[in-house]
Design a protein around this ligand. Sequence first.
Ligand code: DQA
Length: 152
Amino acid sequence: MMRILVLHGPNLNMLGVREQETYGDQTLQSINARLMELAEAEGVTLEAKHSNSEGELVSWIQEARARFDAIVINPAAYTHTSVALRDAILGVTLPTVEVHLSNIHQREEFRQRSYLAGVAIGQISGFGALSYELGVRAVIDHVRRAGDKQSG
Ligand code: DQA
């Protein structure tokens, strides 16, 4: 069965409280609950984890190599700063989709650059909580297609 790791970066545990006009009113728990439903409907397993710490996220990406087939990540503020997360994704060679609740390209200039975009299979930005759902769907589709190519 396909295994997907969803990673939430710093301050995303504050969803529902923080800047609702930008990030919406859903909590991280409700986003994760929706992703679990989606995973069940698609017949895949999904684990969601949050950390405020860059090093912990790097370690989880490294560990994912043996345990998961793909990653969906909202790196939050580390999107715009973290060579370490970029290198971790490059290192594990797992297909990774970058997601953002807000449209980072419409926001401050410093948010418009992503260190991860160049190593992700794609980026989904601006659809609120739906960005995560689209990200999970996209990565499932990607892994299935890759599997079809290998077997066919
Ligand atoms: C975010 C966008 C980032 O710029 C910001 O630092 C976040 C959330 C988003 O989901 O829109 O914390 O990744």
